[in-house]
Design a protein around this ligand. Structure first.
Ligand SMILES: [Zn+2]
Length: 623
């Protein structure tokens, strides 16, 4: 049956408005312009580099020449960013649809060295703006072409005291390739080649880790558990290697914090960098975690209900991505692609007609890739082209309820970028903590619409299941990761942590958050979770928790604000690239994110939804 043409699929996207092909003359021309721009930046950098060692003593007069050059460099960086960014996006789009596309692969290879040079050449301007005295920076910003970048310049300057001298920063970056990043690559190598032995039915099957992880999304509880045990057994054999990697990655960061502290004359904490990147304050994070702790009973209740739906008394670490148990053919058939688009446009349009029009425009312009193809990459995402300022949505649409939700989610991202399309580029980049606002919003309104048309309790359970699962993930699993990572960094500051200790530490984190809802924790989670080994990013966890609660909080304001909601929502999205998250919430929602009220209201909104989930699970148990 799987060999024939799929019954339901979406339409292919149209990229021809950007470039005709990955090896086209148009791309060559853009990259040639990039080359010219970079050479020009290199020449102009000569006016900045000699000043960096003593940048703090600059005055408007002594920096006069440099300020003028800095503005010219800024303009070229912004222009080059588009011309190098669009071919890259184009190549990634091609490879998503055909992972074997050799022309796209060759293009990506070409872009690698251009990107490296670009980063290096952009560094002196960044340092100049970080290190120069305020009056010099004010003078620089006093120009209509540069003024829109004020927020990003000021935000970057908040960490200026930590900067090491340029030569040292460059040395660290250079050594990092075979230092901290090598450990990250080693982990990727390991996870890409590691195999495990999973019991499938009554045969023992050897699979890669990724394939086994795929089995953990199946409705067969025993199979999921087998896959999880097999994955953990495989990682356990490499516990020493993983421990070496995770200790080295954290050790590198802690050493950098020590060096930066010495330079700053104040403590630079390991959380400073991730908080800054997410544009939130420590106080806000503390409050979010505190409220997540208050949400533990509700989330454990959801976890236990998920377990109950599978006829068991405890939730297992292998249940994280479990689907709703398969109802006996009761759930409705696939939803045709056009029907899904209508449904989404309808739900979006209920918030504001312009939002529904946006969904229809995305479909009419063929900016959505939804076909089924043998060489397509898995997953879904939203991307966009910088020159044309047009978004694209990528997915494989097969008509399941979760596909409709995924489409609604990605269209939310696209809408976010669409409402920002007329803003200067320097105001269109936002942090991860805020990135999921529009997508979660779109997801939630469409889920509610799907729920209204669900014609049976099992169809309804399918939809509410994901909502309950998200609560468990965000309120229990994400804080577990944060708890471990924080405790681990504290312990690592004393000495490298042994594999045995890492297991104990991880199990304790599971126990703290999941408590009585689980029969056992996941002692190998510190090795099996890729996020702990992303060498370029630390604490790749709390932004998820923040983003989840923040976006639900925005959704919750829809009723309260009534007719005023849409203009406020749109204004909020437009400001995401030029404000801290606290300022954004204060201005558009009138709430103080450092205080618990907003977060508590948001969690309270989930309570009736979990009540509904409970009723559906109980109904299913009785049928
Ligand atoms: Zn998303």
């Amino acid at each position: 049956m799987m060999d024939s043409e799929p019954v339901v699929q979406g339409v292919g996207w149209d990229l021809s408005g950007e470039y005709p092909a990955a090896d086209s003359a148009e791309i060559d021309a853009d990259l040639e312009t990039v080359g010219t721009l970079l050479a020009d930046i290199e020449r102009r950098n000569v006016a900045l580099i000699p000043l960096l060692d003593d940048a703090a003593s600059l005055t408007i007069e002594s920096a006069d020449d440099a300020i003028r050059e800095a503005r010219e460099i800024f303009a070229r960086i912004e222009r080059a960013r588009k011309l190098v960014g669009d071919p890259e996006t184009y190549a990634e789009c091609c490879l998503s649809v055909d992972s074997q596309d050799e022309q796209a692969q060759a293009l990506l290879g070409r872009l690698q060295s251009i990107n490296k040079r670009f980063d290096e050449l952009a560094e002196p301007l960044g340092q100049f703006l970080d290190l120069a005295p305020e009056e010099v920076v004010e003078s620089y910003l006093d120009d209509p072409a540069v003024a829109p970048a004020r927020f990003s310049v000021e935000h970057s300057r908040r960490r200026r005291h930590e900067l090491l001298p340029l030569a040292e920063e460059n040395l660290v970056t250079g050594l990092g390739e075979d230092g901290i990043h090598a450990w990250g690559r080693l982990y990727d190598q390991l996870s890409g080649t590691l195999t495990c032995e999973v019991t499938v039915g009554n045969e023992l099957r050897t699979t890669g880790i990724a394939e086994a992880a795929g089995l953990m999304q199946k409705p067969d509880d025993k199979l999921r558990e087998n896959a999880w045990r097999a994955i953990n057994a495989a990682w356990d054999e490499h516990a020493e290697s993983c421990a070496a990697a995770i200790n080295a990655i954290a050790g590198w960061r802690l050493e950098m914090c020590r060096k930066r502290s010495a330079r700053a004359g104040a403590t630079v904490h390991y959380l400073d960098a991730p908080l800054h990147a997410n544009r939130i304050q420590q106080e806000t994070l503390d409050t979010v975690l505190k409220v997540a702790e208050e949400g533990i009973p509700l989330a454990r209740r959801a976890a236990l209900l998920q377990a109950k739906a599978y006829g068991k008394s405890h939730y297992g670490p292998w249940d994280n991505r479990a689907p709703a148990p398969v109802a006996d053919g009761e759930a409705g058939g696939p939803i045709a692609y056009e029907e899904a688009l209508d449904l989404i446009a309808g739900a979006y349009g209920e918030v504001e007609p312009a939002m529904g029009d946006f969904v229809r425009m995305m479909a009419e312009k063929n900016w959505i890739e939804g076909t089924v193809g043998p060489r397509k990459r898995p997953g879904a995402y939203c991307t966009g082209f910088l020159k044309s300022r047009t978004p694209r949505v990528y997915m494989t649409y097969t008509g399941g309820g979760s596909d409709v939700i995924t489409l609604a989610h990605e269209l939310g991202h696209a809408f976010h970028s669409w409402v920002m399309r007329d803003l200067p580029d320097s105001q269109r980049r936002y942090g991860m903590s805020i990135a999921e606002t529009a997508s979660t919003f779109g997801e939630t309104i469409v889920r509610d619409a799907l729920l209204r048309r669900a014609d049976s309790p099992s169809a309804a359970l399918d939809i509410v299941w994901e909502e309950a699962a998200a609560l468990v993930t965000f309120i229990l699993n994400i804080p577990t990761r944060f708890e471990f990572e924080r405790n681990f960094h504290d312990a690592r500051a004393e000495r490298p942590v042994l594999p045995r200790e890492l297991k104990t530490m991880m199990s304790a984190a599971w126990k703290k958050w999941y408590g009585e809802s689980i029969g056992e924790g996941d002692p190998m989670f510190w090795a099996s979770k890729l996020h702990f080994y992303i060498s370029g990013l630390s604490f790749y966890n709390f932004p998820y928790l923040f983003g989840y609660l923040f976006s639900l909080g925005v959704y919750a304001r829809r009723e309260a604000f009534g007719d005023e909601f849409y203009p406020r929502y749109q204004a909020l999205l437009r400001d995401t690239g030029r404000m801290t998250t606290e300022d954004l919430a204060d201005k558009h929602l009138g709430v103080d994110l450092t205080q618990p009220d907003f977060w508590r209201d948001t969690l309270a909104m989930m309570e009736p939804r979990i009540d509904h989930f409970e009723a559906l699970v109980n109904a299913q148990a009785q049928s």
